[in-house]
Write a protein that binds this ligand. Structure first.
Ligand code: ACM
Length: 655
């Protein structure tokens, strides 16, 4: 079989704004070199060096500098652009590839970075070696704010996790890293002014100020803004474990170990609270050069405010009757502190109140409606509703979620322009530093495309083809979403029958609703089981569904299905002893049995189809009922195998 280079339309994600293909291919061999003409600086030279390393990882070519006789890629950059990545900076680029050479032109270094990300995705094996197809691309983003939020508070995310996710973000042209740095379960930044915050509020798991500066510089190198979030006035138990005096109830407080919405909340009525926040912000905000500072503001419980007579009297005196009024008052005073440090305020959509100035940014987690409401009142906004990775939804669901859909579809052009983009959100209740890559990727690539590519790029089949290509390609950036899965299967199996465990793992999907029902989770519950290493949608079952679509007409498709169904049927007897002997795997033994049943049903259906025989009366209903039964969630997993099997059962019965 000849390895074919994928067409660019099958390897690029996000798809460029404009692309025309030409004849021929530029060979990428050991003498591949990069030349920088025009403007150059450290950031651009470092990016070119990283591109070489990336190509080495993708191809195994020995790209030693001394081999670079004639550079194949010329980067012509016209200027630096902003010193620190900034909202709305020019990210455009043009890429021209011929059989002889490639030329990347960009007005800014950030534009050149985006073009290099495209170039890396185009390098693919062809009949005669690695090559990039000849083409012309003109590209720029649809939305200026394209983010990924990582929650480093609930489960600690070490520096290495952040670095490799930034690398992967750059590969799909995301440009905002929203760093959720404090919550009930942890305050994750070193404070020299209020050291108890990280000493008592983090279990010793916090970023030093040097590490913060390092990450900000690392992100800047990749054209990524860093927007820190310190969530106030709710979600502050870890703060209050250190400084109970700024709370609304006397305490004492302990770091929260469970997940949920909790009562501890800052006292919005005392000047001491604002003096504290003022000093803390003066220390912490300068660590983050971005123009925007996120104050959280979500899920404030007003129970402590209601129970505190002094706070109630303050409310009565100042015409602040409800918890919402008190929070609005709090936000106005916090806004002064943020502004004093030269930053614009961002907050979750609960902060939207008419008395805040319109240069704040509303971050919607509750729907396009609050985004649209904000935009119609003059506020800029970003969308995360529909982009929650922890909900474990298929990529297609996120992909179909356009920031300008729903209530936002009827906005005027001027109002729509206030919608800056969106952010994928990786809340970390159910992920650890170990498996977080595999929850973020590859689905975030689909969200990145939604935010970069033009609005009419919506075909899910094309998206899945390209997301798979990009998923494989992303591993060359150092992200470990696929490697982790393989590693965890070996850990689970102890190296015994790992291939058979992989057959099972490839046929199941993580099921969040079942997960939430099954166990009482806290930060002490290990996330080391099968559910924690399988994605919410199975790539191999998706491929099998494609094959099943051709079953009526293609003998090859039927042979492929037969091979897989046979494998499923015969997998369980071999795997069962391994499952039974491990406390980690015993819970999935029923699923393995169900997989065998799915295989047997599929083989029976194939038999009818191939014999051209009509199944007996009642067969279809019986098979459908059996498939529905084995599809029921178990061990926080859903067996996905029944989906292609059901297609065949229906085909068999339709004869
Ligand atoms: C949120 O999900 N509470 C922002």
């Amino acid at each position: 079989m000849v390895l074919q280079a994928a067409a660019p339309s099958e390897s690029l994600m996000p798809l460029p704004a404009k692309m025309t293909l030409a004849e021929g291919r530029l060979a990428i061999g050991p003498d591949f070199g990069i030349a920088i003409t025009g403007f150059s600086d450290d950031r651009l030279r470092a990016a070119a060096a990283r591109l070489r390393v990336r190509i080495v990882h993708q191809t195994g070519l020995p790209l030693l500098p001394q081999f670079n006789a004639a550079p194949a890629l010329t980067i012509a950059c016209r200027g630096a652009g902003p010193a620190v990545p900034a909202l709305g900076e020019d990210e455009s680029y043009t890429l021209d590839v011929t059989a002889e050479s490639a030329r990347l032109s960009a007005p800014t270094v950030t534009g050149a970075l985006r073009g290099m990300a495209t170039f890396a995705q185009l390098v693919a094996p062809g009949p005669d070696g690695y090559a990039v197809p000849a083409l012309h691309i003109e590209d720029s983003p649809r939305f200026a704010w394209r983010g990924l939020m990582i929650d480093a508070a609930r489960h600690w995310m070490p520096v290495g996790v952040i670095e490799r996710n930034l690398e992967a973000m750059a590969a799909v042209k995301l440009n905002v890293f929203h760093w959720h740095l404090s919550d009930d379960q942890g305050f994750r930044v070193e404070s020299k002014v209020f050291p108890l915050l990280h000493q008592k509020g983090s279990d010793g798991l916090f970023y030093t100020q040097d590490q913060i500066r390092h990450i900000v510089a690392f992100a800047r190198d990749r054209g990524i803004r860093v927007v820190p979030e310190f969530d106030i006035p709710g979600h502050t138990t870890a703060w209050l474990a250190a400084y109970p005096e700024i709370g609304s109830a006397p305490g004492p407080y302990k770091i929260e170990r469970a997940w949920g919405i909790f009562e501890p909340v800052l006292d919005p009525t005392r000047d001491e609270t604002y003096a504290f926040l003022g000093k803390l912000f003066a220390e912490i905000i300068p660590l983050f050069p971005d123009e925007y500072f996120h104050i959280g503001g979500d899920e404030v419980v007003d129970k402590q405010w209601k129970a505190n007579s002094r706070i109630q009297e303050f409310g009565a005196r100042n015409n602040l009757a409800t918890g919402h009024d008190l929070q609005a008052y709090f936000n106005k005073r916090v806004l002064q502190l943020v502004t004093r440090n030269g930053r614009k305020m961002v907050g979750w959509d609960e902060i939207l109140r008419p008395d805040l100035p319109t240069d704040i940014v509303v971050h919607s987690w509750r729907g396009q409606a609050s985004l649209a409401e904000g935009a119609s009142k003059g506020y800029r906004g970003i969308l995360s509703y529909g982009y929650y990775l922890d909900h474990l939804r298929p990529a297609a669901v996120h992909y179909a979620n356009d920031p300008l859909s729903g209530k936002a579809a009827s906005l005027s052009a001027a109002e729509s322009a206030r919608i800056l983009g969106g952010e994928a959100c990786m809340w970390s209740e159910y992920v650890t530093a170990e498996n977080v890559d595999s929850r973020i990727w590859p689905r975030t690539a689909a969200i990145a495309e939604r935010l970069w590519s033009s609005r009419d790029v919506t075909d899910p089949a094309s998206m899945y083809t390209r997301m798979r290509a990009v998923s494989l390609n992303l591993e060359a950036t150092g992200i470990q979403h696929r490697a982790y899965t393989a590693r965890n299967l070996e850990r689970l199996s102890g190296g015994v029958r790992t291939a058979e465990l992989a057959v099972l793992a490839n046929a199941v999907e993580a099921n969040r609703l079942d997960l939430l029902r099954r166990r009482r989770f806290t930060s002490r519950v290990p996330l080391n089981r099968l559910v924690d290493s399988v994605p919410p949608e199975s790539e191999s079952i998706r491929a099998l569904e494609e094959t099943a679509r051709n079953a009526a007409s293609s003998a090859a498709a039927r042979a492929e299905l037969r091979a897989m169904f046979t494998r499923w049927r015969d997998n369980d007897p071999v795997l069962r002893p391994v499952l039974q002997s491990s406390f980690l795997l015993r819970e999935v033994a029923p699923i393995s049995e169900n997989l065998a049943s799915a295989g047997a049903i599929g083989l029976a259906a194939l038999g009818y189809i191939e014999r051209g025989e009509k199944p007996f009366a009642g067969w279809l209903d019986a098979q459908k009922a059996a498939l529905a039964e084995i599809e029921k969630p178990c061990a926080e997993l859903t067996l996905a195998a029944p989906r292609p099997v059901r297609m065949l059962v229906e085909l068999a019965a339709s004869k």
